[in-house]
Design a binder for this molecule. Structure first.
Ligand code: NAD
Length: 355
């Protein structure tokens, strides 16, 4: 990470109160960027945002991403150089319960944001964070590259594919590369990362937060699919890609426009049970394997991404293997349970990763 580049840059992060947004805010604050955040207020006390006291250092505006007036006024006030768009309803299962709300936030929200940025004219680089689930997935263990067809089975995945389409339309219509340097000076990319783990995630219906919640209550987690293999990547890996991508867009312009996959290496795909066993060497987790098949909503099976474009164009390389990933994730939760200074713990993990 080029800290000199980020010093004093005005950076707007939407979804800054969430798991990824909080880590991203902390990394950029450590690089002396001027960080602004736009998100919904944090409803639960337990969050990395609260644990590392980000409200003191990020200039926050609380509002709905679809609130054009509030978001527009905030953008006019902060005049960002760079925008990372992370605000979303990101939970697959919840998207089955609140599909319309999910589409509203994830699709209309992207349009409202890009339209507000179009009016502001200060921004030079925008990274829209989507997901590996944007692809049309036939559950045959595909290995997706950026040129594969978009789709998405459930409302979350599909809404993120729509967010990609909205971005593509705004690029063609308002931030066209042919007009770069004439009518606008904005370069835009999307980044499609897989599921990540890392300290400070307290979202419902994700394995590591579920395990930690159960551990704190002294309960066992019931595993329905212990042998299902999933990719495990540390949250810092895609965040480092978003940061590098934003810098390239800012400095080199629209030649870096487009979509970028960012997934873990094949060797970092492990079964749930293997991950829990590794985790248990740091935090003694209890789990039970359910013998009853429970009818759950459809979720895409193993998704793997071809990240060659990110390797070639951005020089991206995963830094942590699965063991380091689990070690630093477990360390964060362990220290939090022990009431340590979480800002310090988080900063130590960031400096270990970025060097
Ligand atoms: N965590 C993962 O494994 C993962 C994987 C791939 C992609 N992503 C993407 O990364 C982004 C961040 O995910 P996360 O895990 O940090 O999620 P999170 O739930 O922890 O955070 C979501 C953030 O979005 C904000 N938000 C939600 N609805 C909003 C609305 N209507 N208006 C304004 N703000 C709103 C929340 O306040 C919060 O700050 C999302 O776009 C998600 O789709 C996450």
């Amino acid at each position: 990470m080029n800290k000199a580049f980020w010093k004093n840059k005005k950076v707007l992060i939407t979804g800054n109160t969430g798991f990824k947004g909080s880590w991203l805010s902390r990394i950029l604050l450590n690089a002396c960027a001027d960080v602004y955040g736009y998100a919904l207020p944090n409803e639960c006390q337990k969050s990395i945002f609260n644990a590392i006291d980000l409200e003191k250092e990020v200039k926050c505006c609380y509002g709905d991403i679809c609130d054009e007036e509030k978001l527009g006024n905030f953008i006019a006030e902060c005049k960002p150089d760079v925008v990372f768009h992370l605000a979303a309803q990101p939970i697959v299962r919840l998207s089955y319960e609140i599909p319309v709300e999910t589409y509203k936030t994830n699709v209309l929200g992207t349009a409202v944001l890009l339209n507000s940025l179009r009016k502001s004219q200060s921004v030079k680089a925008i990274v829209n964070v989507t997901t590996d689930k944007v692809y049309e997935n036939n559950d045959k263990n595909s290995f997706f590259s950026e040129r594969d067809r978009l789709g998405g089975y459930d409302p979350y995945s599909n809404s993120k594919a729509c967010s990609e389409l909205v971005t593509s339309s705004f690029v063609s219509s308002f931030f066209n590369p042919e007009e770069y340097g004439k009518t606008h000076s904005t370069a835009i990319a999307t980044a499609r990362a897989g599921n990540v783990i890392g300290g400070g995630d307290f979202a419902p219906d994700r394995l590591v937060p579920d395990l930690i919640r159960a551990y704190e209550k002294g309960e066992a987690v019931v595993l329905r699919n212990p042998n299902s293999v999933r990719p495990w990547q540390n949250v810092l890996e895609p965040l480092s890609l978003y940061i590098e991508l934003a810098q390239r867009l800012y400095e080199k312009g629209t030649q870096y426009n487009g979509a970028y996959n960012i997934g873990p290496r094949k060797e970092d795909c492990l079964s749930v049970i293997e991950v829990i066993k590794k985790f248990s060497s740091y935090i003694p987790l209890k789990f039970e394997i359910s013998s009853n098949a429970v009818k759950a909503p459809h979720e895409a099976k193993l998704l793997t991404l071809n990240s060659q474009k990110a390797y070639d164009m951005l020089g991206f390389k995963d830094k942590w293997d699965i063991d380091s990933n689990i070690e630093y994730t477990a360390l964060w939760y362990k220290k939090q349970i022990e009431n340590e200074n979480m800002k310090q713990v988080t900063d130590d993990i960031i400096s270990t990763y970025f060097g």
